[in-house]
Design a protein around this ligand. Sequence first.
Ligand code: GAP
Length: 465
Amino acid sequence: MSAPNIETIVSLSKRRGFVYPASEVYGGLGSSWDYGPLGVELANNIKKSWWSWLVYERDDIEGVDSSIIQNRLVWKYSGHEQTFHDPLVDCRTCKERFRLDKLQDVQCGNHPEVHPGDDKECSLTEAREFNLMFRTTMGAVSSDDDPSALAYLRPETAQGIFTNFANVLNTSRRKLPFGIAQIGKAFRNEVTPGNFIFRTREFEQMEVEYFVRPDEAAAAHQEWIDGFDAWINSIGISSSNLKHYEQTKEELAHYSERTVDILYRFFPEREDEDKQWDELMGIANRTDFDLRVHSKKPEDTEGKRINPDSTEDLSYFDPQTNERFYPYIIEPSIGVNRTLLAVMMDAYTEKTNEKGETRVILKLTPEMAPIKVAVLPLAKNNAEIVEMAKKLKHDLQPSMRAVYDDTGGIGKLYARQDEVGTPFCVTVDHDSLNDNAVTVRDRDTWEQDRVSMESLKEHLQKRLA
Ligand code: GAP
């Protein structure tokens, strides 16, 4: 089972402290969300898993953390100033604004039963291009539209990797093939954000730029697609809710030769099966576009430098073949926020207890679970039991995320931990004072085992591994 719709996750998130609406005390801010105590742990676990799989477990990836605000020329030569647009239309009747290419996904402002343009009263304007980059100004400027002070918040983390290609290559003494990984915030002034954290104007990306010889790019691309299928499964997302989508020639970004999207079933409630899926991530073969456009040497057909502003040449010299060339780049790019939503949706299950009550269980993998173990005293009025439980929590905490909770009866405490995905609850009871043992309850089976306190840490570590 997985969540029946995104709304179920919105409600669970607010109720249990995963995600809250941002600026809520002022009525919120369209499509902005804050991550609460459990949301930040889950997001950190996703990022840790990704980073450790790529940067630590492989031998060919280095990490970087580049600036959100870069020289404006980065965005000129990357093509974002010219091409990072969405086509917009306004409706003169309902006064709303829509993305021309998404009219079939939204509703008319006056007649929600139809799509904009489908009603004879709708009067749509001609489409115009709207650049999605957030603008800001750098330094103390006299006017807000001083062009010499114009800067952008990055719309993708990738460019900060391309501009550092030579730095990383030289300082880490790498040879092709190798990759650079980065996790960081990106900003897009989306025309139609929505569906909770699926599409927001501020989000976080995890991107790898993998540099290869041009003749090895196609095979490397396929390896990355297969590799990501496996990693996505490893964080608890089942293959039955995933599928691949090969972008058509018309859909490909200006830099891409081939892009395969991995889609997740974000909208299982939709009757039309085709509409249940949307992009979780994209894996692109960006060719040598990026390193060429940021380099000072390449020339156009008339012999003019394509980038007269660059001071570097980002080509690669292969000492084995004595060739100099611009490496091709394979780019797997995935959003932290969309991943978090998919992980929560896939882990969502319901189970009925012996009293006929329905309980929510978030079957997160132990690696993803925000809390690994909750230590609960059976009697919160018994000072000895409370002291023993608190000590146990502190003994476990250096090795695993542990919490202590005594704010309800044991049934309620178990239900609360099930709902946030805690794999194990440890209960300290009256017998514990004599036999130095505790009850370990399993989230998924609700089975209980008696375990000596001495071996508890090792017991839990084994089951969490
Ligand atoms: N560097 C390539 C790139 O940025 P993209 O397909 O535009 O490619 C990659 O973005 C991933 O970033 C998406 O697959 C998605 O997971 C995430 N993403 C993009 N826009 C987003 C948004 N507005 N809100 C949340 N996540 C977003």
